[in-house]
Design a protein around this ligand. Structure first.
Ligand SMILES: [Mg+2]
Length: 374
């Protein structure tokens, strides 16, 4: 089977509540959908959920780069998926979110051609995954009430965003712990909010609330700072924004900077690179979490399929579709039963229909061109 054409569409996801983290608030997430057609009438769908402050990509840049990547892939033989992934990776430096959309669409198409869910194509390790739910930075009472509601609904793990004012953050985490008692595990994610020294003193204050780990306490590019924090605190340290690629993971592990690594398809360029990071981490004895940006149903489904198959994934943070007003689908999302998520047995990503009301076709790529500049 060969790739005949690629449609690029744009849409937007709206969270039910503004989602605040240490570096800003999200009121909407502008997405790109990549739809890849083969010569047998099948198509695969991938989603890009770009974030300027983490990957440096926007909807506009993803559309532009996707047009270029698409023009390289038209005509490619889908039996040579490893070669296609190499073409995507080597097409341009960075731009992991645009690349992830192509990777996801290729896996979805592969699943539809072979009539298997992506998790079965990768090889399942587990039947279902437990996902946490993330609570953004908000006032203390609201966070405590929302956490209790979540626990009552079957959620067993809550991730709290911190990295704002330390005292306010401590009050909020304390209130949440008192609200949920011992019925939930708590994670905290500072999203690069602290300097290394500040992180050490902040983490000391949070340690009395039985926190499982602290995610990305320090700026993304300061791996030495992350190692300093890890050496001087007692709560496990997870890297998120610091790890985009397999080589980032290698370096962070070599420098003793991490106890755990958060893999996100939008940061690493999709499932094929996520597998590489998981293999590196597994070999080093470093567990993985799989996280998300603000993806709708398609991006989250890809994360779930990867999580079902990668042995080294111990924690899943795939919840953005649950807390959004829309998901770019007309028929729902992959199941979220209590705290558990799994595939729906349908080929590819699952029985997810693109909602034509929520997306707009920007461009169809039908001619093989390749990059025109170096
Ligand atoms: Mg994070």
């Amino acid at each position: 089977m060969k790739i005949t054409s690629i449609d690029l569409l744009k849409g937007a996801i709206y969270p039910k509540n503004p989602f605040k983290v240490s570096f800003g608030s999200h009121l909407r997430s502008d997405e790109v959908i990549v739809k890849i057609y083969d010569d047998d009438g099948n198509f695969g769908i991938g989603e890009a959920s770009p974030t300027l402050k983490i990957v440096g990509e926007s909807q506009g840049s993803v559309l532009d780069i996707s047009s270029k990547i698409g023009s390289i892939l038209v005509g490619s033989d889908l039996d040579y998926t490893s070669h296609i992934f190499d073409q995507i990776d080597s097409s341009i430096v960075g731009n992991s979110t645009a690349k992830a959309a192509f990777d996801i669409a290729i896996y979805d198409l592969m699943g539809k051609e072979r009539k298997l869910p992506i998790s079965s194509i990768l090889g399942k390790y587990r039947e279902k995954v437990e996902s946490d739910v993330t609570i953004g930075i908000m006032n203390t009472d609201e966070a405590a009430n929302r956490s209790l509601e979540l626990v009552k609904s079957g959620i067993k793990t809550i991730k709290l965003k911190v990295g704002d004012d330390i005292e306010t953050d401590v009050e909020r985490v304390k209130a949440v712990r008192e609200s949920v008692g011992n019925k939930a595990k708590l994670f905290i994610d500072a999203n690069q909010g602290w300097s290394p020294k500040r992180a050490v003193s902040a983490i000391e204050k949070f340690s009395k609330f039985d926190i499982e780990f602290v995610e990305q306490p320090t700026p993304a590019n300061d791996i030495e700072g992350l190692a300093f924090v890890r050496k001087n605190t007692n709560i496990p340290i997870m890297a998120d924004e610091s790890i985009h690629s397999p080589s980032d993971a290698l370096r962070a592990i070599e420098l003793g900077a991490v106890d755990m690594v958060n893999i996100k398809l939008m940061k690493c360029g999709g499932i094929h690179n996520a597998l590489k990071i998981a293999t590196i981490c597994e070999t080093a004895g470093i567990p993985n979490m799989v996280g998300c940006m603000l993806e709708g149903a398609f991006g989250i489904a890809a994360g779930i399929h990867f999580s079902l198959s990668a042995k080294n994934v111990f924690i899943v943070d795939l919840d953005s579709d649950r807390d959004s007003k829309n998901t770019l689908t007309s028929n729902g999302i992959l199941p979220f039963e209590g705290c558990y998520r799994h595939d729906d047995g349908y080929p590819g990503l699952g029985n997810l229909k693109l909602n034509s009301e929520e997306v707009e076709l920007v461009k169809s790529v039908t001619v093989k061109e390749g990059l025109t500049s170096i």
